[in-house]
Design a protein around this ligand. Sequence first.
Ligand code: GLV
Ligand code: MN
Ligand code: MN
Length: 422
Amino acid sequence: MNGPIQESTLQEMIEGLRRFGADGRGVTRLAYGPAWCEAQRWLDSRARELGLDCTVDPGGNLYAHPPGLEPAAPVILTGSHLDTVEQGGAYDGAYGAVAGILLAAMGLGSGGIPVVAYVSAEEEGSRFASAFLGARSMLGMAEHADLDSTQDSAGVSWRAALEFARERGCASPVHAGPRPFEPLFRPRMELEAHIEQGPVLEAEQKEIGIVTSIIGFRRVEIRITGEARHAGTTPMAMRKDALVAAAECIWSAEVLAIEHGDPAVATVGRAEARPGAFNVVPGECELRLDARHSDSAVLGTMLSELEKRFRAIAERRGAKLDWKPVSSHAPVAMSADMITEATALAGEMVFSFKKMVSGAGHDSMIFAGQGVPSMMVFAPSHRGISHHPDEFTPMTELWEGVRFCHALLARLARRDAMEGAK
Ligand code: GLV
Ligand code: MN
Ligand code: MN
């Protein structure tokens, strides 16, 4: 890649990345899988062409950094995730990951605290029920036992998936010592560029969103066990139909979220009934429930009420219900200082902006949750479509986000240097 970094560089990289995992409709890049590995290697080579050096960590995260950067150096991290949901779009995660690499390259030679790009693994939780495996491993937040107990739906452990990635050059060996992961660099701040994934910025004709906080979520796997019986011979009054019980639970989750009002949301994103034949009353049904709220206490109340209602439904229908929480994160506030700087900068650069709460989860949650000052910049999403093949943002709007982040990083680096000199 020759010449200055510009909008066409961003376009070339986003378009290039979408080929990895293209499934005919959208993009499916499950963490540590073949398409994900190929995409990570491709980004590595692109980053090197831009003058950066690249390092992978044991959690399968890629860092693109100034050559010669010492391990454990204090840095500003900027990036996002490489994995997608199944049949997702080409921008969720990809935008921030590519933007991060461009921002690190644009920062080369500018002096001050180095800007390091990260490209993380398994932010979505699409392969492993547990989300943010990459960001958590970046910060050393995992035990050896987690590598074996975290398994995908085919029973492949996180450890085995990392080994698959390691054989392809996409992860370094897991540490044998007491902790499997140690932070490679010391993040003094973290900035994540991302598409909004909602309709607000486009509707209000704002160029960027400055994220002030990220909503909390809880995820639960539920198994309802009734009785599989002959669909022709079992009278309606004598059935324990697991799928009908599940349907009632799904509806009760919608009712509960509506009762709470905005920003409460509750979704059952998956229902799998067994044995799944025309002529058998379903004996078993598995559900995946996701509930979110910006207030931790309200989210806690929502979850206990959901569990109570689900259990009551199952009991009334003579079915058994197993309730297994699989992942959660409390709501987090973004750094007040970074928000102040971003707001001032938006005014100076004459960017139209909106301060907003993110309803989607992001890697920045993990950094912020660990006390690293973090912030996100959103670019508008066309019609608010996301987690869908039709996800789209015009390239000019994505480039404006990169330009803004570049100026913001320079400003934050100056501020960091001034504070260090005090
Ligand atoms: C991630 O995209 C999430 O909010 O689930
Ligand atoms: Mn994302
Ligand atoms: Mn997502």
